[in-house]
Design a protein around this ligand. Structure first.
Ligand SMILES: Nc1ncnc2c1ncn2[C@@H]1O[C@H](COP(=O)(O)OP(=O)(O)O)[C@@H](O)[C@H]1O
Ligand SMILES: C[C@@](O)(CCOP(=O)(O)OP(=O)(O)O)CC(=O)O
Length: 364
């Protein structure tokens, strides 16, 4: 049966920042706090002129034509996240006895500048927006969690080490507390039993909870200008003798405690308490970096944190570090000079990014 749905569908998914819990969150069950930001990946899906799928992106070279072979898209490399997202939705359609028409997928990003990513979760956002737009184009009705699960299955095929915190944030939007499932286990389930079955099964470890946004805080974001491969930093960490050592367990224990305390502070509207936990999160990342010499804290990220602290805020890298961006939270009621903070960041090689929390995730 051919699919039916609107002829042209556009969906956009927001980027994200890590507030606390990065690195620890890659292990199933460990909690992190993330917030969506008002920079987006927008995906438009329409009927294609050629059999297969043509993908064009404003950050890629020209359009890339992929053909179907045994449920997989062949052709030039293009964007692996977009390809995996389309394949995963189409596999679900096939399991439900439905065929897919030729597709044209077009992507635009405000998570990049001149083709360079800011490090605001473009891979997660493009995966979520593609899954959602292709599903809507094909008339596939999915719950929010089903769309998250499809996007996580797609992204995990490319990198099972990724926690999926970016995908959850792009899906739900706002401030969230996230715990990852075992990605190898859910991939294995989808391979053995199919995607449809993987949507229905329990995913042990997974939890996503909306958190109330802090009322009296300003979020400042600074970009170092250096794009970083999160996968290579996480892979590097997992190869060190530190991984599995008592220092690793101490890091996970301390991060678990501070994330829990930060969740409580958000739920209680305790601004000072949240700032304290964000500082603890930075200290734990500093300790990790001292122990492992991973390069989380570049000179720019160290300066970003010091300058924001000097202004009375709490600051840290967002995510893997090594470049990309950092965040600062400042008490909106306390007196601080925002333009001075931004000037001092700029003088230290940190570009202030005018972004705000986005309370909506990708629309259905
Ligand atoms: N605008 C886009 N168009 C196509 N693919 C994209 C786009 N943005 C991101 N991607 C995909 O995400 C990958 C980059 O992921 P990553 O380096 O983890 O960036 P980020 O830190 O922003 O998530 C790219 O290789 C590509 O597969
Ligand atoms: C180390 C991490 O916990 C956080 C990485 O966050 P980044 O923001 O650096 O990267 P992307 O999610 O690819 O945008 C790994 C993870 O959770 O996947």
């Amino acid at each position: 049966m051919p699919v039916t749905g609107p002829r042209t569908v556009t969906r956009r998914a927001p980027g994200k920042l890590f507030v606390a819990g990065e690195y620890a969150v890659v292990e199933p069950g460990n909690q992190a706090i993330l917030v969506a930001v008002d920079r987006y990946i927008t995906v438009t899906v329409s009927d294609g002129a050629l059999p297969g799928v043509v993908v064009s992106s404003d950050v890629g070279a020209g359009p890339v034509h992929h053909s179907w072979r045994d449920g997989r898209l062949t052709g030039a490399a293009g964007s692996p996240h977009v390809v995996a997202a389309v394949e995963t939705v189409v596999r679900l359609l096939a399991e439900r006895g439905r065929s897919v028409p030729p597709l044209a997928v077009s992507i635009s990003s405000t998570l990049h500048e001149d083709g360079r990513k800011f490090g605001l979760g473009s891979s997660g956002a493009v995966t979520v927006a593609t899954v959602t737009a292709v599903a809507a184009h094909c008339g596939l009705e999915l719950t929010v969690e089903e769309r998250f699960r499809l996007a996580l299955l797609a992204a995990a095929r490319i990198d099972p080490k990724g926690s999926g915190g970016d995908i959850a944030t792009s899906t739900w939007g706002g401030w969230i507390a996230y715990r990852a499932p075992d990605r190898d286990a859910v991939l294995d389930l989808a391979r053995r039993k199919g995607v449809d079955e993987a949507l229905r099964a329990q995913w042990p470890g997974l939890s996503v909870r909306r958190l109330p946004p802090p009322r009296n805080l300003r979020l400042e974001v600074g970009w170092t200008g250096n794009p970083v491969s999160t996968t290579s930093l996480v892979t590097d960490l997992q190869r060190r003798t530190w991984w599995g050592s008592s220092a690793h367990r101490t890091f996970v224990g301390a991060t678990g405690e501070l994330v829990h305390a930060a969740v409580t502070a958000l739920e209680d509207g305790d601004t000072e308490g949240l700032l304290r936990q964000v500082r603890r999160a930075r200290e734990e990342l500093v300790r990790l970096d001292d122990e492992v010499r991973l390069g989380i804290f570049t000179p720019e990220l160290t300066a970003l944190c010091a300058i924001a602290e000097h202004a009375g805020g709490a600051a840290k890298p967002s995510g893997a570090g090594g470049g990309d961006c950092g965040i600062a939270l400042l008490d909106a009621e306390a007196l601080y000079d925002r333009s001075q903070l931004r000037r001092r960041w700029a003088a230290a090689g940190v570009l202030p990014l005018p972004v705000s929390p986005a309370m909506e995730g990708v629309e259905e």
